[in-house]
Every structure is written in structure tokens, then in C-alpha cells.
Design a binder for this molecule. Structure first.
Ligand code: NI
Length: 206
């Protein structure tokens, strides 16, 4: 009997220990999950350093942009609609900004560097405001800048054996310190778009 009760007691203690371990373990997991989430929120940042090549073959470094706000978006010259529309709309916005446009840089970064050489981009940009700078680079350079901006893109094969690209359509607004300041969404109301750009410029020079 004594043996049995000792066995029962031991069993109960083991069960308690197991429950405690489970509890502590679950608690730790929740705490870890919590801290990871908090960490994510604290470290979410959009933008980062880059060195890319412009349509004229010149290196453009984000370091050299310190002090002037800029708008940047990702796309590709074979884009059937979104990119030409965005480039056209930004060209219009630059015109409407008047002299203030000189205080803003606008960048179109290719996410299709295989086809978008500086020459191809130079030719493509002739249809738009010449204050817009196109940027391209190696696959690695483009991947780095895309990740920094949390931009998405995906190669989509087409029936003719070619491909198109699905991609992020937002325009990122970066202030004079290179910090993310907001976005302009695709086909945003022209008045809102202009207001956002004016605010970005005012922030950069105020
Ligand atoms: Ni596009």
C-alpha cells in the first residue's frame, strides 16, 4: 500500500511538473511571439541606401540625395498600363508644382533590369518629363533596393513565350533625411497627389 501511494504521489508530482513545464513553456512562447511582434513594429522601416545607374549611365547614390526629398516608384518599361500612367501623372504633377518641382527628385526604378538597360530607359523616358530619373542596376542591386522599400514584383510568363511583371504600384515619398513620409496610391486624385507632393517639399525645406 505504501509503495502504491508513493507511486501515486510521484505520479501526481510528475503530472504537476509536466503541467508547470507546459504552462511556463506556453507563457514563454507567448512572450517570445509578443516580443517578436513588438520588434517588428519597432523595426518596420521603408527605404534604405542604394547605388543604381541612371538612364544616362551615371551612378546615383541615395547618400547624395540627403537634403532633398524624393518620390520613388518601381516598374518596368514593358509595362502595359500602370507604369506609363504613373509616369504621365508624375510628369503632370511636376508641371503643376511649378518652380517647387526643382526641390523634388522623382525616380523610376526598374524591376526588370534584364530588359531595362540605361539605353532602353533613356529612350522610354523621352515621352515623359525630363526631370524624372530612371534607375536600373544588377539583379542584386535591384533586389536590395526592392527589399529595402518592401516593394513586391513577380515575373509572369505570357502566352507568346515572353513575360510581364506584376508589381507594387504605390509611389513612395521620402523626406530630405531619407525617411519614409507616405505614399501616393495608383491613380490617386490629382489634387491629393499634388497636395502630398507640396507637403513633402515643404517638409524638406522648412
Ligand atoms: Ni508597371
Amino acid at each position: 500500500m505504501a509503495n502504491l501511494s508513493r507511486g501515486t504521489l510521484l505520479g501526481m508530482i510528475l503530472a504537476c511538473v509536466a503541467a508547470l513545464v507546459l504552462l511556463v513553456g506556453t507563457g514563454a512562447m507567448i512572450a517570445m511571439k509578443g516580443s517578436r511582434q513588438t520588434g517588428d513594429v519597432a523595426t518596420v522601416s521603408i527605404g534604405g541606401p542604394f547605388v543604381l545607374t541612371s538612364q544616362t549611365g551615371k551612378k546615383v547614390s541615395s547618400d547624395a540625395l540627403k537634403g532633398s526629398p524624393f518620390a520613388v516608384f518601381f516598374g518596368f518599361t514593358h509595362c502595359p498600363e500602370v507604369c506609363p500612367t504613373t509616369l504621365w501623372e508624375m510628369s503632370e504633377a511636376l508641371k503643376q508644382l511649378g518652380p517647387d518641382a526643382e526641390k523634388l527628385r522623382v525616380f523610376f526604378i526598374s524591376i526588370d533590369p534584364t530588359r531595362d538597360t540605361p539605353e532602353v530607359m533613356a529612350h522610354y523616358l523621352q515621352s515623359f518629363d525630363d526631370r524624372i530619373t530612371a534607375l536600373t542596376g544588377t539583379e542584386e542591386e535591384i533586389d536590395t533596393v526592392g527589399k529595402a522599400y518592401r516593394a513586391y514584383w513577380k515575373k509572369i510568363p505570357t502566352d507568346d513565350g515572353d513575360y510581364t511583371m506584376d508589381h507594387t504600384t504605390s509611389i513612395y515619398l521620402m523626406d530630405s533625411e531619407g525617411s519614409f513620409s507616405g505614399t501616393i496610391t495608383y491613380q490617386e486624385d490629382p489634387k491629393v497627389r499634388l497636395e502630398k507632393l507640396r507637403r513633402l517639399i515643404a517638409k524638406g525645406t522648412g
